[in-house]
Design a protein around this ligand. Sequence first.
Ligand code: 9PG
Length: 522
Amino acid sequence: MLQVQFPVPGHSTVHQAESIRAALPATAVGFYRHGWQSWSLSAWTGLDPLPVPKPAALLPMQTDPVYVHEQKPHGSWLGAAGLKDGRICLLGALELNTHVWLEGDALVGRSEAGPVDWFLACGVEEEVFSVYATRLAERFGASPAKPAPRVWCSWYSLYTDISEERFKRIINGLDGLPFDVLQVDDGWQMAVGDWTPNTSFPSGMAALAGDIHRTHRQAGLWLAPLIAVRSSSLYRQHPDWFLRDEHDRPVSAGINWGEPLYALDTTLPEVTDWLADLVRQVRAWGYDYLKLDFLYAGALKGKRSRDIPREDALHQVLLAIRQASGDAFILTCGVPILPALGACDALRAGPDVAGIWESRRDAHLFSNPATPAGRNAVRTFVNRLWLQPLLHLDPDVVYFGEKSSSLTPVQRALLQEMAQVARFKATSDLPQQLTPDERQALEEYLKVTPEVCRTGRYTFLIDGREVDFSAEIGLPPAPIGLDAVRAGIMGWLGSQPAVLRFYRQQEEQNLRKRLAGIPGLE
Ligand code: 9PG
C-alpha cells in the first residue's frame, strides 16, 4: 500500500496506486460518505458504523451490495474527513471501481481493478470539492452544454396507472404552462424488459409522441433498459443474456413490480445490439428526452462474457446508448455516479421525493435513507451539489398542488428551494388538481430563474432569501429494544416476494381509487 501525506491547504496532489493510505493532519470528527448510485445515501455523518439498511432483498436497488456490510466509514470513489477546525481532507479516485475508507487517522483508498490515480487535498470544503470536480471533468468530460429542460413527468401523480387517454387530458390541461418536455414514466410498457406499448396505449407510442410534439413540446420516455423482470419475454427467451454469479445463478438486481429483477450482461454483443435497436426504436417513435432508470444493474458484481471491471462495463454501455440515441437529452437515474459522467446530460442525484416527507418504518425501523421520501431526497441531493459543474443534477420533482401529496406547505417549499438550487425544474402535479393560485405559482416558478448563492454546507441565499436545509440532514438512530425486534421481523417480511406483492397490490388499488375521484382525468 502506498503511504502518503496530504498536501498543505490550497494544494492538491495526484498519486498512482492500487491502494493508498493518506495520513490525516489532524483527528477526523466527521466523514463524508458518498453513496454508489443516485438513490444511495450521501452525507456527512459521525464516525460510528451506520446500521445496515433493511429489507435485505431491496438492497441491490439502493446501495452497492458488495459494500453494504462495511463497518468502517466508507464511500464509493471518494471520502472526506472533517477536521475539528472546520477544514476537510478529501481522497478521491479519478477512475472507476474505487472505494475510500476512514481507518484510524488516515483515509484509505482501494481499487477493484489495478492501479488508478488518486486525488488528495485539504482545505475549505467548497474549494476542495471544486478542484476534485474539475479533475473529474478533465477525465470524464463535462457535459451541461444543453440547457436543463422544464419537465412534466407522469410518475409522482399517476404512477403506473397511465394511459394514452389520460395523457391527452394532461396535454390539454398543461396548455399555457411553460414546460419543455412532457415525459411518460413507468407504466407504458408491456413489461420491464419488453419495451412495446401495453393495451393502455392502443394507438402506439409514436402517436403519443406526435400528440406531444403538436403542443410544441419535446416528448420524454422512461425506460429501464438494463433490467428485466422474471416474467418478461426477454428473460424467458434469453436467459443466457443475463448476469450470473459464481454458482451460475442469475444475479439479483432487487425486487420491484412484485417480481425479481435481473441484470443484462452488457458485454455480450447480442445485448449491445439489442440495446442500440431499442434506443433507435424509441427515437424513431419521436422521443427526444430519455429517462434511463435502474442503471445500477449494469455495474452489479457478476460473471460477464467479457471480463472487464463492472463499472467499466456500465460506462461503456452508457456511451453506446448515448451514441445510438443521437442528440436526445439523456437523464440517467438509479445510476452509479462516476460511470455516468460523460455519458449523459443529467443525472438523478438523490432518492425519489415521493409525496411523503419521512416514513417511520423506513427511516426509524429499517434505517434506510435510500427509500422514496422528501427528507431522504434533500439529505442526499444537497450533499451531491459539488457534482454540479460536471452535468445537470436532477433533484426529482416538486409539488405545487396541496392535493398532489401529503407534504406540508413548509416541506413543499423546501423541495422547491432545493430544485431552485439545482436549477432543474420538474413536477408531476395534475393540472386538473391545481387551484388557480397554485397554477399561477407553478407558472411563475417555471418562468423565473432566481439567483443562488451558497453560504455554507447546507445554507443558501435564493434571490437574497436565506434557505437552510440543515434540519433535514441528520439520520435517525438505530432502533433499540423492542423496536429492534420489530425491525428484524418486519425486515425479514419485507424481503419476502409474496409480502412485497401484497403491498404492491394494495398500493395499486389505493392509487386507482384516488385517481378515479379526480374530475377531468377520465
Ligand atoms: C418508476 C420509478 C420512477 C422514479 C425512479 C424509480 O425500490 N426502490 O428502491 C426504488 C427506488 C426508486 C424507484 C423505484 C424503486 O423509482 O427514481 O422517478 O421513474 O422508478 O418505477
